[in-house]
Design a protein around this ligand. Structure first.
Ligand code: F3S
Length: 666
């Protein structure tokens, strides 16, 4: 037999307070103590109080002295006046919620409002509330009564604390339609609605429902009514002795109790069902019920969740309760969004009886134990864990590993000195558990160790790459690599981790003034290895050696007498320099620029001109080339000075005398 007891079963806050007050008064008062009417609707409690000297009176006229306890239902204003007038001592155990209704009623009555109390006119609470508006309130208990009430006056509506909310809503809707100006206070006590809702929920999920309480208690009767609307098999009992054998046939039973039902009575009913009502079949089932002890970890199923606690079926005769603080780390979170009916959850048994007959459970304890085991595993395996920095404390940081908190000493954060730890708050990092002591619940983590290892790993990898790179190099090998750095005297290229150096003089055959005019960092450069020291990872390279030296190429391919195209690169007073092939220039002396006399070099050629030149001399020792434009051209023909010839005609001078060699054939 599985008994699901409602958490809200039994004394509400107001009744609990009144009963405790009465017991205290019975022990502390030297004179007679009376309650004005039964303290609660439960004869078992009132009989016990009677034995302790707390008697019930129905009218103040019945006594002339002693202490009067006003019960949780409260009384009208005139009763307070009468107690005062009779010089009796007063202990006011009116429930604070009821007191609040009385205050509202008095206030609106004084403002001239018609007071409507939605409730049972015979109920002591309603009578008492009415006593705060000179007993002029209209008490409405049915929708028909509400339909019949119409007024143009201002109306203030309050509720008996224990009526069903749906009825109150229906009645107030009718009043709103029928009356001009209505102020409505839903004064139904939360304890009542919570108890009723829980009863409704449990009743809808069980085979049979037991309601424990006094048969005269209106709130208990309402629980019976609600239970019957959800469950076909409702048993209304005052005590365990009222339990019917018919209940034996049900395995899944719910239980609730009215606000005036003492815990002791509820437990007696549960125990009786547990011990005496089960038949052999049920006993077998009982045997299968888990034996649990405090400290056990059990898996249970969530059967109900509200904002404050989770109710679980843990296979034990009583339900287990996990308070919010035992379920969630972050109390700002909403419990109902973190737990759902049907969820299977592992919990630790904290107390076999939490005072209300339920087992007190903790999920957090299980999480913490699991977290410690997980932390131990991660410690053993040296696994990297993710953490969030949550707090800066003296000497370090508190980090949240997601499953547990740990400490990181300040020096374990970085390889560098960190000045401002506060700026790290909220940061997510990776670290390793470097110290673990389950007994002391001590977990130390380090981020620095990961940084150091990563650095070492990077260095080892670099070394490996470097070794492979240097092994692959040979003198004379042609490579292509990006420029890492440029200096005044050369540049460094990255040969897969090995620095290769190219001196400025090895960049080109001609003189290089500024390397930056030719290259920039990142450019890929082709070069040839010229020097290699594998042991010390030293490599020298040359770009210029990729090509033949221009002079060498020149003398191999050009000779004196050859006419070639050249480009004027520069002019001087004495001639012009013309480039024959890249980086090989020859001088065209001013006298070689033309057959005509040239006074100014620039009159004959200009920088950039492309000209035909004849190589007229190559001085291999001095690496000098002489060129001539003049010799690529025919010499100009001289003009014959006819007049001169004419005057000489008569002379004996021949043409040969005049032109001499010019007339000789070559
Ligand atoms: Fe008070 Fe609510 Fe109980 S009004 S007496 S706490 S049911």
């Amino acid at each position: 037999m599985n008994i699901r007891k409602a958490k809200s079963a039994g004394y509400c806050f107001g009744v609990n307070k009144a009963v405790n007050t009465a017991y205290e008064a019975s022990e502390n008062s030297n004179e007679k103590v009376y309650t004005l009417g039964p303290l609660i609707h439960n004869v078992h409690v009132t009989n016990e109080l009677k034995k302790k000297g707390v008697s019930i009176i129905d009218d103040l006229d019945d006594i002339d002295e002693g202490t009067v306890i006003i019960r949780s239902h409260g009384v009208g204003k005139e009763i307070y006046e009468k107690i005062k007038k009779k010089n009796l001592k007063l202990i006011d155990a009116t429930c604070p919620y009821v007191k609040s209704i009385q205050n509202k009623v008095e206030k609106y009555h004084n403002k001239g409002y018609t007071i409507i109390i939605v409730g049972d006119s015979d109920h002591p609470e309603v009578k008492g509330v009415n006593g705060w508006c000179e007993n002029k309130a209209k008490v409405i208990f049915t929708k028909e009564e509400a339909q019949n009430f119409k007024t143009d006056e201002n109306v203030c509506v309050v509720a008996q604390t224990t009526i069903i909310e749906a009825l109150f809503d229906d009645i107030t809707n009718i009043i709103k339609d029928n009356c001009a100006n209505v102020v409505i206070f839903n004064t139904i006590c939360n304890a009542t609605s919570v108890r009723q809702e829980e009863a409704s929920l449990i009743a809808s999920e069980v085979e049979a429902m037991v309601v424990v309480g006094d048969t005269h208690s209106s709130n208990t009767k309402k629980l019976v009514e609600i239970s019957k609307s959800k469950c076909d098999n409702v048993f209304f009992v005052e005590t365990a002795s009222d339990l019917d054998d018919a209940i034996k046939k049900y395995n899944n039973i719910g239980l609730t109790a009215g606000a005036s039902t003492p815990t002791q009575l509820i437990e007696e009913v549960i125990n009786t069902m547990d011990n005496n009502m089960v038949d052999s079949f049920e006993k077998n089932i009982e045997e299968s019920i888990k034996e649990i002890r405090e400290g056990d970890i059990v898996e249970g199923e969530i059967v109900m969740v509200d904002h404050n606690e989770v109710t679980m079926n843990i296979g034990y005769k009583s339900d287990g309760i996990v308070k919010k603080a035992d379920f969630l780390y972050d109390l700002m979170e909403d419990l109902t969004s973190k737990a759902a009916k049907g969820d299977k959850v592992k919990v630790m048994v904290m107390k076999m009886n939490d005072g209300t007959g339920n087992v007190s459970l903790s999920k957090i304890k299980v999480d913490e134990l699991g977290a410690l085991d997980e932390a131990k595993e991660k410690f053993d395996s040296k696994e990297t864990v993710k953490a969030k920095i949550t707090k800066v404390v003296k000497g370090g940081l508190i980090v949240d590993l997601g499953f547990i908190k740990a400490f990181m000493p300040a020096s374990y954060y970085d390889v560098r000195f960190i000045k401002d730890f506060d700026s790290l708050l909220g940061k997510e990092i990776e670290c390793r558990i470097v110290e673990f002591d389950k007994q002391k619940n001590k977990i130390i983590v380090s981020r620095k160790i990961l940084l150091e290892e990563a650095y070492k790993e990077r260095k080892a990898k670099e070394k490996e790459l470097k070794e492979a790179a240097i092994a692959a190099l040979e003198i004379g090998k042609e490579v292509e690599a990006p420029i890492k750095n440029i200096t005044n005297f050369g540049m460094f290229i990255d040969l897969n981790g090995v620095d290769g150096f190219i001196h400025i003089s090895d960049i080109a055959w001609k003189r290089v003034g500024n390397i930056n005019d030719l290259y920039k960092v990142g450019d890929n450069v082709k070069a040839i290895v010229t020097e290699l020291d594998k042991d010390n990872y030293k490599v020298k390279l040359s770009v210029k050696d990729l090509t033949k030296e221009p002079w060498q190429e020149f003398i191999e391919n050009y000779s004196v007498g050859q006419t070639v195209k050249a480009t004027i690169k520069n002019t001087t007073n004495f001639g012009a320099f013309a480039e024959i092939i890249p980086d090989v220039e020859g001088l065209i002396h001013i006298s070689q620029l033309s057959h005509d006399r040239v006074n100014n070099v620039e009159d004959a050629v200009k920088t950039g001109d492309e000209v035909n030149v004849k190589i007229i001399d190559i001085n291999k020792d001095k690496r000098k080339v002489s060129l001539s434009i003049k010799e690529t051209m025919d010499p100009p023909k001289r003009k014959i000075e006819r007049n001169k010839l004419y005057h000489k005609e008569d002379s004996n001078v021949t043409l040969g005398d005049i032109f001499g060699d010019l007339l000789k054939s070559e």
